[in-house]
Design a protein around this ligand. Structure first.
Ligand code: NAD
Length: 541
C-alpha cells in the first residue's frame, strides 16, 4: 500500500462551455438530446450495487412537453427502503477503512468522466428532465457537479491534515471518524449538482447513504448514480431509492442507526423531517446531525446611486433564469423612486426579448416550471394579485399548461412592502418590487431585513460606499450569501460557499470544508510517551 502523506491540490473551477451556433459542443449536445428523446429508460432502484425493480413505476416526463415520456422509474416501498438501510450498513466498514485518498480519487474519476465522456449525457438529461436550457444545464450538471467533486476532495485533504499541537512527552492526534450509522440524503429537483453534493460530501468522509431523490429529477439523478458506480464507488456506499416520503417514516426516520440527514428542499419539508426526528429522539443511538438548506425570499436592494441598467440586468437574470426556480433567485426588489422609471424601462425592454419555450430551441432564455403543482401554485399568486388593490402586474401574468408548464416572466409592483408576494417564496418567474421614497433608505433596509422568514441570498446595488456599508450592516443577518453590485444567484463552489440561516436552513455552507465537518465525529487521541509513576506533585514538598 502506498504510504505517502498525500494532499490533493486546490483545483480550478471547471470552464463553462458556451454552446455557440456551429460549435463542437453544441453539435454533440444536440445529438445527445435527439438520442435521449428517442429512447425510453427503465430506471431501477440501486441497492447494494444491484438494480432492483419493484414494478410499481411512475413516468418520467419533460416539464416543457409533458406528453413526452422519457422513461419510467421504479418506486421503493418500505421493504426496499429497509434493504437500502441494510446495504448501507453492510458497506460501511470497508468504505470507512479505505484510505480517504482512495475515496477522493473515486470522486476525481467521476469528475473526469463528467467533464469528458458524460458531459452531454448529463446536461441533456438535466435539460429534458428538469427543463433547463443548455447554459443553465452546463453550469449545473457539468460545471457545478465537477466543482463539487474536485473541491470537496481538496477540502477533505485539508481537514484530515489539520492536527492539534503536541507538547513534549506526548503525541496528540485528531481522528476524523465518520458518523456512527448511516446517513439519509434527500435531494430537491432544481439542481443536479445538489443531488450529487448531498451524497458525495457525506461519502467522502467515510459514511454511506440512503438517497431519496426528488420524483421530478429522476432522469439526471439516475445517471449520476451510474457514473459514480463507473468511477469505482463500491456497492452499498450510496443506495438510490426513489420513494414516497411516507416510505421513510417507519423505516429510516425511526431507525436506531440514523446518524444524520443531509437535506435540501423547502423549509416546510425540512421542518416536517426535523419534527419527526425529534419525536423519535429516544430511539436513536446518537443525536442525528440534521443539515438542511431550505427556502428563500431573495432580494435585490438598490440605493439611489445604483446604475439603472446594471440593476435591471440583475433583476432580469436573477429573477427569471431557470424560471425563478433557483433557491437563490431574486424574488423581491426595493428600488428608490428616483431611479425606478429608468430601471423599469430597461426591465421591460429586456423582458420583451425573453423567449420562453422548449429546451431544444437554443434561442430560449426560459423554459417550463417543474410540474403541474408548481404551475398551479405560481398562477395562484398571480391570480390573487390580479384581484388585489395592493399590487399591480406591470408585465407578464399569463401561463399555459397545455403543452408544458409555461409561465411568463412576471413583474409585480406592490404598494405595500408586506404584500404576500413580497414575503412568501413562490419559486417561479415572479419578481415583486417595492418602490420607496429615496429619503427612506435606512427604514426600507429594515423592512427588507424583517419582511420574510428567510435569509438565503440578497444583493445591494450602490455606487455610494457609505450607503453600501450601511446596507451590509442592517442586512447582516438577512442573507447567508450577500452580493454587492451583482445578482444574488450564481454562487460558485470554492468561491462563494453557499447557504443561509433563519428559515433558509442550518447554513452549513455547501461547497466548503464547513459542510464536510458535519459528516465527521472527531476523536481526540493523546498518547503519553513516558507515563508518571507517582501521584504526588512537586508543589507539595
Ligand atoms: P421539496 O421540499 O418539495 O422536496 C425536496 C425533497 O424532499 C424531495 O426529494 C421530496 O420528495 C422530499 N420530501 C417531500 N416531503 C417529504 C417528507 N415529508 N419527508 C421526506 N422527504 C420529503 O422541495 P423541491 O420542490 O424539490 O425544491 C424546491 C425547494 O428547495 C425550494 O423551497 C428552494 O428554495 C429549496 N432549495 C434550497 C436550496 C438551498 O441551498 N437553500 C437549494 C435548492 C433548493
Amino acid at each position: 500500500m502506498n504510504n505517502a502523506l498525500y494532499e490533493f491540490q486546490r483545483p480550478v473551477n471547471e470552464p463553462i462551455k458556451s454552446y455557440l451556433k456551429g460549435s463542437e459542443e453544441r453539435k454533440l449536445l444536440e445529438k445527445e438530446l435527439e438520442r435521449q428523446l428517442h429512447e425510453s429508460v427503465d430506471i431501477p432502484l440501486i441497492i447494494g450495487g444491484k438494480e432492483v425493480r419493484t414494478g410499481n413505476t411512475i413516468p418520467v416526463i419533460c416539464p416543457h412537453d409533458h406528453h413526452h415520456i422519457l422513461g419510467h422509474c421504479h418506486v421503493a416501498s418500505e421493504k426496499e427502503v429497509t434493504m437500502a438501510i441494510d446495504a448501507s450498513q453492510k458497506a460501511k466498514i470497508d468504505w470507512m477503512t479505505l484510505s480517504w485518498v482512495e475515496r477522493g480519487s473515486i470522486l476525481l474519476k467521476a469528475a473526469e468522466l463528467i467533464s469528458t465522456k458524460y458531459r452531454y449525457l448529463l446536461n441533456s438529461a438535466t435539460m429534458l428532465g428538469q427543463s433547463k436550457n443548455c447554459f443553465q444545464a452546463e453550469i449545473d450538471s457539468a460545471c457545478e457537479v465537477i466543482d463539487f467533486l474536485r473541491f470537496n476532495t481538496f477540502f477533505a485533504s485539508q481537514i484530515y491534515s489539520d492536527q492539534p499541537v503536541s507538547d513534549r512527552g506526548m503525541v496528540n492526534r485528531l481522528e476524523y471518524r465518520p458518523l456512527e450509522g448511516f446517513i439519509l440524503t434527500v435531494s430537491p429537483f432544481n439542481f443536479t449538482a445538489i443531488a450529487m453534493n448531498l451524497n458525495l460530501s457525506v461519502i467522502l468522509m467515510g459514511n454511506t447513504t440512503v438517497w431519496k431523490p426528488s420524483s421530478t429529477s429522476l432522469f439526471s439523478n439516475y445517471y449520476l448514480m451510474k457514473i459514480l458506480m463507473e468511477a469505482g464507488m463500491p456497492e452499498g456506499v450510496i443506495n438510490f431509492i426513489p420513494c414516497s416520503s411516507a416510505s421513510l417514516q417507519n423505516t429510516v426516520l425511526c431507525h436506531r442507526d440514523l446518524a444524520g440527514i443531509h437535506f435540501t428542499g423547502s423549509s416546510n419539508t425540512f421542518n416536517h423531517i426535523w419534527q419527526q426526528t425529534s419525536a423519535n429522539l429516544a430511539q436513536y443511538k446518537s443525536y442525528p446531525k440534521l443539515v438542511g438548506e431550505t427556502g428563500g425570499k431573495d432580494f435585490i436592494f438598490a440605493h439611489a446611486s445604483a446604475n439603472p441598467r446594471e440593476l435591471a440586468t440583475a433583476i432580469v437574470r436573477g429573477a427569471f433564469e431557470y424560471q425563478g426556480q433557483k433557491c437563490s433567485a431574486a424574488s423581491r426588489s426595493y428600488i428608490p423612486a428616483s431611479i425606478w422609471q429608468e430601471t423599469k424601462k430597461y426591465v421591460l425592454e429586456m423582458i420583451a426579448e425573453i423567449k420562453v419555450g422548449d429546451v431544444t430551441d437554443f434561442s430560449t432564455f426560459m423554459n417550463a416550471v417543474i410540474d403541474e403543482k408548481s404551475f398551479n401554485n405560481i398562477m395562484g399568486y398571480i391570480e390573487k394579485t390580479k384581484q388585489s388593490n395592493e399590487a399591480t402586474i406591470v408585465v407578464g401574468g399569463k401561463g399555459s399548461k397545455e403543452q408544458g408548464y409555461f409561465v411568463e416572466p412576471t413583474v409585480i409592483v406592490a404598494e405595500n412592502p408586506h404584500y404576500i408576494t413580497m414575503e412568501e417564496e413562490i419559486f417561479g418567474p415572479v419578481m415583486s418590487i417595492f418602490v420607496y421614497p429615496d429619503k427612506q433608505y435606512e427604514e426600507t433596509l429594515k423592512i427588507c431585513d424583517q419582511t420574510s422568514p428567510y435569509a438565503l441570498t440578497g444583493s445591494i446595488f450602490s455606487n455610494d460606499k457609505y450607503a453600501m456599508v450601511t446596507a451590509c450592516r442592517i442586512l447582516r443577518y438577512a442573507a447567508g450569501n450577500f452580493y454587492i453590485n451583482d445578482k444574488p444567484t450564481g454562487a460558485m463552489v470554492g468561491q462563494q460557499p453557499f447557504g443561509g440561516a433563519r428559515g433558509s436552513g442550518t447554513n452549513d455552507k455547501s461547497g466548503s470544508y464547513l459542510n464536510l465537518l458535519r459528516w465527521v465525529s472527531p476523536r481526540t487521541i493523546k498518547e503519553t510517551l513516558i507515563p508518571p509513576t507517582h501521584h504526588l506533585y512537586p508543589y507539595m514538598d
